[in-house]
Write a new protein. Structure first.
Length: 137
């Protein structure tokens, strides 16, 4: 069997986040981080996807109609395996951290230089998902 190769039609990978905490999650991603809501897509019997744009990608917030059967553990990178964080590359790290602080968002790391010219901060959204904010100069 040969190796498969995806023929990408986009230069971004969209991220889906499942929640029942719609008001806080949408406020965080739209008002604190500044993403723009492009559309709402209802899925009867499941919930509604709120498609929020950033660059050429999307964060899709799926608001479930009912509570999920299981809850993922929140915490730091080593809490459990699987997808533990997303990375947002930006050029205004200080401004976003100020917005997070003003909105009582959990800032785990307010900025560490990980190599020359690259600063990283770690925050949590209202559901406890980790977000790495990376600024390169």
């Amino acid at each position: 069997m040969g190796m498969a190769q995806i023929n990408f039609t986009s230069d971004a990978i969209d991220i889906g986040i499942v929640t029942v905490n719609d008001l806080e999650m949408l406020n965080f991603y739209q008002e604190v981080l500044g993403l723009k809501k492009e559309m709402e897509i209802p899925f009867p019997g499941l919930g509604t996807v709120n498609k929020l744009s950033f660059g050429s990608g999307y964060i899709k917030i799926l608001v479930l109609d009912d509570k999920p059967k299981n809850i993922n553990p929140t915490g730091n990178f080593s809490t459990s395996n699987g997808i533990r964080y997303i990375t947002i590359n930006l050029s205004n790290l200080d401004h976003i951290l100020e917005s997070c602080a003003a909105n009582n968002i959990n800032i785990i790391n307010a900025g560490t230089i990980i190599r020359p010219g690259v600063t990283v901060a770690i925050i949590q959204d209202p559901d406890g998902n980790l977000i790495e904010l990376m600024q390169s100069e």
